[in-house]
Design a binder for this molecule. Structure first.
Ligand SMILES: Cc1cc2nc3c(=O)[nH]c(=O)nc-3n(C[C@H](O)[C@H](O)[C@H](O)COP(=O)(O)O)c2cc1C
Length: 307
């Protein structure tokens, strides 16, 4: 029997637990010629703000060992243009849409989520509390449990869709932040966003990114993502977790699911192949078959304590 990949995430049924991560899949339009958007778990859209944003100066990307640094800086067309031009394409393609929301202030988060509440094509909202690439370090809401909780509480008041709070691992006590946002109304958590990093061009004697620092992603961060999922899942076993960080193969996805996630996201791997989300799901199915499992939902309970 072919193993089932179907999962339920905060009340939304997904055909596979493999989602395209925010910022690595655009708004799906360019990817539709490479894969069927209706067949992947869901598309998490690039984070949208109230007004359009132009992003950071170039160079905005740099390769690093087993990963990459980016300082795109939340470039997006703003929520109105997103609803008018991008969302209908995803809806017509039959995709499940997780709209990623970002803001410079608590109020802006609420205004964006309030606008999205009217959109039936949005199945879930991911509150991006953790992007380190914006102009000021002060905007990293996820570094402070109180600020993160305030954003989630305010968004929860206006949102119609279930909320995922996306956190960063760039904190000392991730479980404290996770508890604060769940207490404030988050229905689930996405762990993790990129980690703040820096690379230097030693010949040109300059930072490789115009913004100097940027977000580190790709296989280099996978052990950190696995650790974060495992820590939070152990502390709050009832809260659905979407794991993200360095997933390139089906077995990478299985690692996060065994650590306690109910679904995973694929980010940087989309820059290697635009079919990555579909290929990871196929690889996950092959892994389940090799383990003689009938459903992916069995994985989170299977991790043994000793190595
Ligand atoms: C180029 C790039 C742009 C990103 N933009 C966003 C974004 O707009 N919002 C967000 O929440 N995460 C963003 N991320 C983070 C990813 O969604 C993901 O959490 C992270 O890259 C870890 O997964 P990965 O190792 O599979 O890439 C971005 C990542 C990359 C590489």
């Amino acid at each position: 029997m072919t193993p089932s990949l179907e999962v339920e995430l905060c009340g939304v049924r997904l055909p596979t637990p493999v989602l395209a991560a925010s910022g690595c899949f655009g708004f799906g339009r360019e990817m539709a010629s490479f894969l069927d958007l209706a067949q992947i778990g869901a598309v998490v859209t690039k984070s949208v703000s109230l007004e359009p944003r132009r992003g950071r100066p170039t160079p905005r990307m740099a390769e690093t060992p087993s990963g990459m640094l980016n300082a795109i800086g939340l470039q997006n067309p703003g929520v109105e243009a997103f609803c008018r031009e991008d969302l209908p394409v995803l809806g017509d393609a039959g995709a499940r849409v997780v709209a990623s929301v970002v803001g410079r202030s608590v109020e802006e988060f609420a205004q964006v989520a309030g606008r999205l509440a009217r959109e039936r094509a949005v199945h879930l909202i991911e509150v991006n509390l953790s992007c380190p690439n914006v102009d000021s370090r002060g905007e990293v809401f996820a570094a402070d449990p109180g600020m993160a909780a305030m954003v989630v509480r305010t968004v929860k008041d206006v949102a119609r869709q279930p909320l995922l709070a996306k956190l960063t691992a760039d904190v000392t006590d991730l479980v404290a932040v996770a508890r604060a946002v769940v207490d404030a109304g988050a229905d689930g958590l996405t762990l993790i966003n990129t980690l703040l990093g820096m690379a230097v061009d030693v010949r040109r004697l300059r930072p490789k990114l115009a913004a100097v620092t940027g977000g580190l992603s790709g296989p280099a961060i996978r052990p950190i993502a696995v650790r974060c999922v495992w820590q939070v899942a152990r502390a709050m076993p009832e809260v659905p977790i979407v794991g993200a960080g360095g997933v390139v193969t089906g077995e990478d996805a299985a690692e996060l699911l065994l650590a306690g996630a109910v679904a995973v996201q694929v980010g940087t791997a989309n820059f290697i192949t635009p079919r990555a989300t579909a290929e990871v799901a196929e690889g996950l199915r092959a892994y389940l078959e090799s383990q003689r499992l009938t459903s992916v939902t069995e994985l989170p309970a299977l991790l043994k304590a000793d190595p």
